[in-house]
Design a binder for this molecule. Structure first.
Ligand code: LLP
Length: 444
């Protein structure tokens, strides 16, 4: 049953701009997402828990399809994957980008058509390539010279495998040094600058088992500016022109990867998808016209921008401590369910839910329950000054690269994923338990 909705803003802590569109205020300081009270989710499924708004995921898929009506949109499964997510992506008409046999098998066994899947990875094992070919994956992304012969050798007699070559276009972009993949100083792809990309393309073209459907690049992640994409597209078209001149071939596809940035806190910038779509398509057409190339079909691979804003992490406060001038608010999750602050210095805006907040806001440091000092979830989090053990905190924009990078640290167990939609909540992924840990540890 849908909860009653309040309209006025009780306090200055109440900015819902980065929350799912369905987020609504309820009486007593509570909040609902997908028509379901978050405090009720915490009661029913316990904490920590991750809430995923089905409507928000679907709406974001539709926004992409509307903004890029002629492009193929492949959801990057590494951001978050579950069997139900696979179904939503399929129903919304997107393809899938996977980067391991694990992601691939989960998708295919959940019913996702393999021909709409692309396989990435800078170090694919022969077994992974074999699995991908056996399941009939649509395209394999070539990331190194060493895997070219490996893929060709695994193609069955009389058949051909579509591949794309991942090119490093020499464009620096991305929200953090560790997620910039467009320049030569990192492990992915084949360099355009030093000729490795051209060399790999020539090798692939010489192998009858492989069908080179086009080139790929992914310049980085959490990018909020359109311009690096435009530079990358010009360089990719430049390379396509050189390949046409030297080999006489043109490609039907160009994959420009993902990386579309989102706002994690109110006031932060997000990549403007409409502007990206318009300017990227225009740049592609004009660069191709100038180079006398046919315009290839555009492929994009968004992950974060589809799922991050649809997720909310729920935690229970376990301890509140004033140390010097810092107010530490310790919760029952932490770096095992969200390693992003520790890895990239990512910033979040947690919010108190489940009771009315009348006390003046204070800046708190929200920390996790793990055994190291770097287990910080949010610095300068604005929380009511009377925040106390037993309170509930909700962290918006938690749908991407949190659970998918979650660990077994301290054997705390990964939280469940609860889907909310039109007033009802259902469990998608159950909580990891002590029994799970015990069962896979088979030592005596
Ligand atoms: N395509 C390729 C080839 C990729 O490597 C990635 C992400 C994507 C698409 C999707 O990028 P997105 O649209 O989600 O930015 N763990 C980091 C992000 C790592 C991204 C890795 N590759 C984080 O939490 O920020």
């Amino acid at each position: 049953m849908s909860a009653p909705v309040l309209t006025e803003l009780p306090t200055g802590l109440d900015d819902l701009s980065v929350w799912p569109a369905s987020a609504a205020r309820l009486p007593d300081g509570n909040l609902s997402v997908g028509g379901v009270s978050l405090a009720d989710v915490a009661d029913r499924f316990d904490t920590p828990a991750y809430v995923l708004d089905e409507g928000e995921v679907r709406a974001r898929c539709r926004t992409y399809r509307a903004a890029f009506p002629d492009a193929e949109v492949m959801y990057a499964a590494k951001a978050f994957l579950s069997r139900t997510m696979v179904r939503w992506i399929d129903e919304e008409g997107l393809g899938l980008d996977v980067c391991s046999a694990g992601e691939l098998e989960l998708a295919v066994t959940a019913g996702f058509p393999a021909e709409r899947i692309v396989l990435h990875g800078n170090a694919k094992s022969p077994r992974e390539i074999e699995t991908a070919l056996r399941l009939g994956v649509g395209r394999v992304m070539v990331d190194s010279h060493s895997e070219i012969a490996r893929i060709a050798a695994l193609v069955g007699p009389g058949s051909r495998q579509k591949v794309m070559v991942r090119v490093v276009p020499g464009v620096a972009a991305g929200g953090h040094e560790k997620i910039r993949t467009g320049t030569d100083a990192q492990k992915f792809g084949l360099s355009l600058t030093d000729g490795s990309a051209q060399h790999a393309i020539a090798r692939v073209l010489g192998l009858p088992q492989l069908e080179l459907s086009g080139l790929h690049c992914h310049i980085g992640s959490q990018i909020t500016d359109v311009r690096p994409y435009l530079v990358a597209v010009r360089r990719m078209v430049g390379l396509m022109a050189r390949i046409k001149a030297s080999h006489g071939v043109t490609f039907p596809e160009l994959d420009m990867g993902g990386g579309h940035g989102v706002a994690y806190r109110p006031g932060e910038a997000a990549l403007d998808l409409t502007s990206l779509a318009r300017r990227l398509t225009r740049e592609l057409s004009s660069s191709c016209a100038a180079a006398e190339l046919p315009v290839p079909g555009l492929v994009i691979e968004p992950g974060r921008a589809i799922v991050a804003p649809a997720g909310v992490a729920l935690y229970r406060v376990l301890a509140v401590k004033h140390t010097g001038s810092t107010l530490f608010v310790a919760v029952d999750g932490g770096m095992s369910d969200n390693p992003r602050p520790a890895l990239y210095g990512a910033r979040y805006a947690p919010r108190l839910i489940g009771r009315s907040a009348t006390a003046e806001p204070v800046a708190a440091t929200v920390v996790g329950r793990h055994c190291e000092a770097g287990d910080v979830l949010a610095v300068d989090a604005l929380l009511p000054g009377d925040v106390r053990p037993g309170d509930l905190l909700a962290v918006p924009v938690s749908g991407a690269y949190q659970l998918s990078m979650a660990s077994a640290y301290n054997l705390v167990g990964r939280p469940p994923v609860v889907a909310v939609h039109e007033g009802s909540a259902r469990l998608l992924v159950r909580r990891e338990t002590a029994e799970d840990f015990r069962r896979r540890d088979i030592g005596v």
